[in-house]
Design a protein around this ligand. Structure first.
Ligand code: SAM
Length: 215
């Protein structure tokens, strides 16, 4: 099964263990909005983080699943009738463009106004063979400078098969080797708060938030 089909099936079966019923605490604690510019939220699902970010600046979300976009619109009582826009279906409301389609179809002209990226459970949703392609694609279309906010999980990949995949600090360093600055803002073990992961065999699980500058 391709990774795309894997995720579409997760939405169809309503297996949404990754979806949080609240705004991500690390976003609330660390994120600093910019005065201007749009924030790109790749692989955004129906995350409530979109609503949080919309309070501060325009947001561009990209999500493969139509169900996710429909649920986001319905559950948050937003009037977002989709219209065709190139390779995407565009759901629009004030401060938010939600593009339903494949992140690899996103083009430079779609992200001209972007100054930031917020990646929570996007990089770690992709298998190792796709992670570099995903970032190379984003790096090739995004304007500069860009600030990349990244939240990862890491654990011993021998104890559990992903997703979420383990993306350890060394891999972040290597994937973002073109960055001018990689700042680790917090790295903590969260295994005690994640019984679902303990029951999948994990002995430890770390959550990390980075602020990365690309010039
Ligand atoms: C682990 S979920 C994370 C969702 C969201 N970031 C959150 O924090 O709740 C990964 C999401 O990426 C979407 N996705 C997977 N591959 C994609 C692709 N190639 N283009 C766009 N979205 C994709 C899936 O449908 C899924 O909603």
């Amino acid at each position: 099964m391709t990774n795309d089909n894997f995720w579409l099936e997760k939405w169809e079966k309503n297996e949404l263990g990754f979806h949080l019923p609240q705004v991500h605490p690390l976003l609330k604690r660390y994120f600093l909005a910019k005065q201007s510019g749009t924030i790109l939220v790749p692989l955004c699902g129906k995350s409530l983080d979109l609503l949080y970010l919309m309070q501060y600046q325009p947001v561009l979300g990209v999500e493969l699943s139509t169900l996710a976009c429909e649920q986001f619109s319905h559950e948050n009582k937003l009037d977002m009738t989709p219209e065709k826009s190139g390779a995407f279906n565009r759901y629009h409301t004030q401060q938010l463009d939600l593009l339903q389609g494949n992140i690899f179809d996103l083009k430079h002209q779609d992200v001209l106004d972007c100054g930031q990226v917020y990646d929570r459970a996007a990089l770690i949703a992709l298998p190792q063979s796709e992670r570099k392609n995903y970032l190379d694609h984003l790096f090739s279309i995004l304007p500069r400078p860009i600030e990349y906010w990244l939240i990862t999980l890491d654990y011993s990949q021998t104890e559990m098969a992903g997703p979420p995949y383990s993306v350890a600090p060394d891999e972040v360093k290597s994937l973002f080797q073109s960055a001018s600055r990689i700042e680790c803002l917090s790295r903590k073990s969260i295994i005690d708060k994640e019984p679902a992961f303990s029951s999948r065999g994990l002995k430890d699980l770390f959550e990390t938030i980075y602020r990365i500058e690309l010039m």
